[in-house]
Design a protein around this ligand. Structure first.
Ligand code: ATP
Length: 439
């Protein structure tokens, strides 16, 4: 087994075994390229989304939030260019009938069986469904392939209610669907996934500066999660990679076990989107600048990240094998459980004190109580799911109301007064990894 499969294989198995991610509809044999987040996975994913949301909307007074519906007027996808152009070139193997993306196979022979491939044809990636009770008469609608269009069509609404002035942004997190020809690599490429997108509306002429600004901010965001710097890079699109709507574009890429791949796109989309919606809807989506008395169609700088790809990145980057243990060195702020709470032994009143600590911490953080097995084993079970702190009630606790707090990464232990646990953890939980008490 290659090293690449090895780490992916181990991670997929850990995710299943510990309840991060399960194959969808598993009792029916699963459904290709769909995944379910289990008890720990949903916490991790929610924490990640919350961190992005806070970074965007709470820390920027000129970014507003939005949650648009998945089903939209079909004209949206004509205006956006998706009906016509959201396609990948598809080839079929004439022998084994497998399908491939033409740009992902070399030559004209099937990579699976060596059979001859058909000529490429364009395959639209949008999922179609019917709106209304009678299938024949109902309108065809699409499951959105990106969340961005929900933002563009609400540009005027948000501008009016928020009284923002350009430059300002709209942020949204939500599901998107693409009928990918070759999904795979676990949650890297699936057919149903989530995006975190922020569309920033700027005055034409200032777009290049803003593109640069957002490229740097977004890279810094991944670094603030503790993602290894040498596993991140910026790739600028070459002219033949640029989408039809983009003037300039960067991808933030991560070094996955299967190579450098896109994690997030940062695009200068010019006035393409708003102009097209003006054209197709007949509505005025231009902006009037009160100060300069100018009217213009704003340019859009887009930051478009995949939630699931970021989850995968965080998990892969955090996965560490040491001699005695496997540790997920997740940033504490996204760790599913913030502290494990353990009575050293099941007597002398230790479980009762530990339970009280659980009650004290529970309103502030997700914690986990465990009294079974040797203490080392209990620590290791938490290390494997990325819990930053272990809190142990021991004999000293009975004397002076302090507990042992163990840091996940350095395994250092310090003593903390029970009453100081909340502020001590609160501070430590917002710092990037490694989790350690060293100054
Ligand atoms: P790719 O080239 O990998 O197909 P893309 O360039 O089509 O990606 P965008 O349309 O820019 O991707 O989408 C923005 C982000 O949404 C991507 O950076 C990625 O994180 C996420 N994303 C896109 N498609 C998928 C998918 N099928 N599964 C999971 N995440 C996806």
């Amino acid at each position: 087994m290659s090293a690449e499969n090895d780490i992916m294989g181990k991670l997929v198995s850990l995710c299943k075994r510990r309840g991060f991610i399960f194959p969808s509809s598993e009792i029916y044999g699963g459904i290709n390229a769909c995944w379910d987040y289990g008890p720990l996975g949903v916490e991790l994913k929610n924490n990640l989304k919350q961190y992005w949301w806070t970074t965007m909307t709470q820390l920027h007074e000129n970014i507003e939030g939005l949650d648009a519906s998945i089903l939209m007027h079909p004209k949206v996808w004509e205006a956006s260019g998706h009906v016509e152009g959201f396609t990948d070139p598809l080839v079929d193997c004439k022998v084994c009938k497998q399908r491939f993306r033409a740009d992902q196979v070399e030559g004209t022979r099937c990579p699976e069986c060596g059979g001859e491939l058909t000529e490429p044809r364009q395959f639209n990636l949008m999922f179609k469904t019917y709106m209304g009770p009678v299938e024949e008469e109902a309108a065809i609608v699409y499951l959105r392939p990106e969340t961005a269009q929900g933002i563009y069509v609400n540009f005027r609404n948000v501008l009016t209610v928020s009284r923002q002035k350009i430059p300002f942004g709209i942020a949204q997190i939500g599901k998107a669907f693409r009928n990918e020809i070759s999904p795979g690599n676990f949650i890297f490429r699936s057919r149903e996934f989530e995006q975190m997108e922020m569309q920033f509306f700027v005055k034409p002429g200032t777009d290049e500066e803003w593109l640069e600004h957002w490229k740097n901010e977004r890279l810094a965001w991944y670094l603030s999660l503790g993602i290894r710097k040498d596993h991140l890079r910026i790739h600028e699109h070459t002219p033949d990679e640029l989408a039809h709507y983009a003037k300039k574009a960067f991808d933030i890429e991560y070094l996955f076990p299967f190579g450098w791949r896109e994690l997030e796109g940062i695009h200068n989309r010019t006035d393409f989107d708003l102009s097209r919606h003006i054209q197709y809807s007949g509505k005025d989506l231009s902006y009037f600048d009160e100060e300069t008395r100018e009217r213009y169609v704003p340019y859009i700088i887009e930051t478009s990240a995949g939630v699931d790809r970021t989850v995968l990145t965080c998990l892969l980057d955090a996965y560490t094998e040491e001699a005695e243990r496997v540790v997920l060195r997740l940033a504490p702020r996204i760790a599913p459980i913030k502290a494990g709470i353990f009575p050293l032994v099941k007597r002398d009143g230790m479980p009762e004190i530990a339970r009280k600590i659980v009650e004290q911490l529970r309103p502030h953080f997700r914690v986990f109580y465990d009294e079974s097995g040797a203490i080392g084993r209990r620590y290791r079970r938490q290390d494997e799911i990325g819990t930053p702190f272990g809190i142990t009630v021991d004999s000293e606790t009975l004397q002076n109301e302090t507990v042992t707090v163990r840091a996940r990464d350095s395994m250092e232990q310090i003593r903390v007064k029970i009453d100081d646990l909340v502020p001590t953890l609160q501070k430590a939980l917002t710092t990037p990894p490694p989790v350690t008490f060293a100054p």
